[in-house]
Write a protein that binds this ligand. Structure first.
Ligand code: HEM
Length: 406
């Protein structure tokens, strides 16, 4: 079990993204990469290893040039071919349009009251206890319940839905792929049933007879003059689940942890107008996704390093977010940064054509969480060491012990 550390001494020697001290506190290793080795080759993974770029300008370049740096082979270090949103234009554009037309700002904003009530319901469940694991009690269940509501999973099915989603996430780190496969089959089976029933309603009574939710939007969308099939929609639904849950959990837990650890919690609690700045600075300072991968489509030379065609390149958002070429005082968590500048420049939601369509929703959930936890848990404090999520590409607590006065 790896602990999360706030800061650390400088690192020396060869960069190893899997080394325990790097997992515990990646910032010093990222600083050394930016300073000494802006294009790094790590040989210890698979046959070819992978390259890492760490400067803001280079990370922006890699994720911005979709012709040179392909998404076709997956966003992780392993070569996969999933298609759908995990692809390059023009295929990506079809699915991207579908998601952005269904996942609108209007739909997100309309949820504010529902999210607040749901979050308050979760807090009611543990506020009298005086201590809790924030992740288990709050930051894990909230995003799952929210995405279930957005998709249109009825309240009566939400407990099952949460269980499958938890199993799916747990399966990501299981050695046996059957664990994840079983959870995926349950999720796919459930949505195949829902989509089928809704298609019957659509055929009989038309679109007005369907609920106004994301599933209906996905079901009624068309491309090339025809609706999307289940085979096309199911991976997308799964991506909405997986892409949005652990990341939003980490954003909420990272923000609470960092504000408490740095003694800034009371200031944000007393001045709720600081919540937006706190969420955005948390995203910059502690990005839930430390970095993602692209694959080179031709040989390229970067900072004098020859990268062959078909090479995996890890673009480190976390490092770009602390590059002194892009930020003043990058290693200080500050609540007085310009909000627009922060939003424009940190890379924690990716960028360009692949920019996260769930960003507004994640921000909303985090803002509501900070306000509510401040109101309902007086004297909130850390109550032990947080442990780290079990993936070298992600950054956030798996457990975050907290205590407060009752
Ligand atoms: C703090 C929370 C979140 C973080 C840090 C985050 C991060 C990211 C990043 C870095 C990307 C870019 C992927 C790439 O370039 O290959 C992305 C894409 C995506 N995210 Fe998020 N995300 C968050 C929340 C959400 C939520 C709440 C949802 C939906 C419910 C969501 C759905 C997606 C989808 C569907 C994509 C793929 C977009 C595309 O390929 O065009 N994310 N996210």
């Amino acid at each position: 079990m790896t602990i999360m550390r706030s800061s650390g001494a400088g690192t020396s020697g060869e960069y190893d993204p899997f080394a325990p001290e790097v997992l515990e506190d990646p910032a010093p290793a990222h600083r050394a990469l930016r300073d000494k080795c802006p294009v790094h080759h790590y040989a210890g993974f698979g046959e070819k290893g992978f390259y890492t770029v760490s400067r803001h300008a280079d990370v922006t370049e890699v994720f911005g040039d979709v012709g040179l740096w392909s998404s076709e082979w997956g966003q992780g270090p392993i070569y996969t071919r999933e298609g759908g949103l995990r692809s390059d234009p023009p295929e990506h554009t079809v699915y991207r349009r579908l998601v952005t037309s269904a996942f609108t700002a209007r739909r997100t904003a309309a949820l504010e009251e529902w999210i607040t009530a749901t979050a308050a319901g979760l807090v009611d469940g543990f506020a009298g206890d005086g201590r809790a694991d924030l992740c288990e009690a709050f930051a894990v269940p909230l995003p799952v319940l929210v995405i279930a509501e957005i998709l249109g999973v009825p309240a009566s099915d939400q407990a099952d839905f949460k269980e499958w989603s938890d199993q799916f996430m747990a399966g990501q780190n299981a050695a046996d792929p059957a664990v994840q496969g079983a959870a995926r089959a349950k999720i796919d089976g459930y949505f195949t049933g829902v989509l089928g029933r809704r298609r019957e309603v659509l055929a009989g009574d038309g679109p007005r007879a369907l609920p106004d939710d994301l599933l209906t939007a996905l079901l009624t969308a068309e491309h090339d003059g025809r609706p999307f099939t289940d085979e096309e929609l199911l991976p997308l639904i799964l991506l909405l689940l997986v892409g949005g849950n652990e990341t939003t959990t980490s954003l909420i837990a990272n923000a609470v942890w960092r504000l408490l650890d740095l003694g800034l919690w009371e200031e944000v609690r007393a001045r709720p107008e600081l919540a937006d700045a706190a969420v955005e600075e948390s995203l910059r300072y502690d990005p839930p996704v430390l970095g993602l991968y692209r694959t080179s489509t031709r040989p390229v030379v970067l900072h004098g390093v020859e990268i062959p065609v078909g090479a995996k390149v890890h673009g480190l958002y976390a490092s770009a977010n602390r590059d002194p070429e892009a930020w003043d005082d990058p290693d200080t968590f500050r609540l007085d940064r310009d909000l627009n500048e922060l939003r424009r420049r940190h890379l924690s939601f990716g960028l360009g054509r692949y920019l996260c369509p769930g960003a507004a929703l994640a921000r909303l959930e985090a803002r509501i969480s900070l306000r509510l936890l401040g109101e309902r848990l007086p004297g909130l404090r850390l109550d032990g060491e947080p442990t780290r999520v079990d993936s070298f590409m992600m950054w956030g607590p798996a457990t975050l012990p907290i205590a407060w006065s009752v």
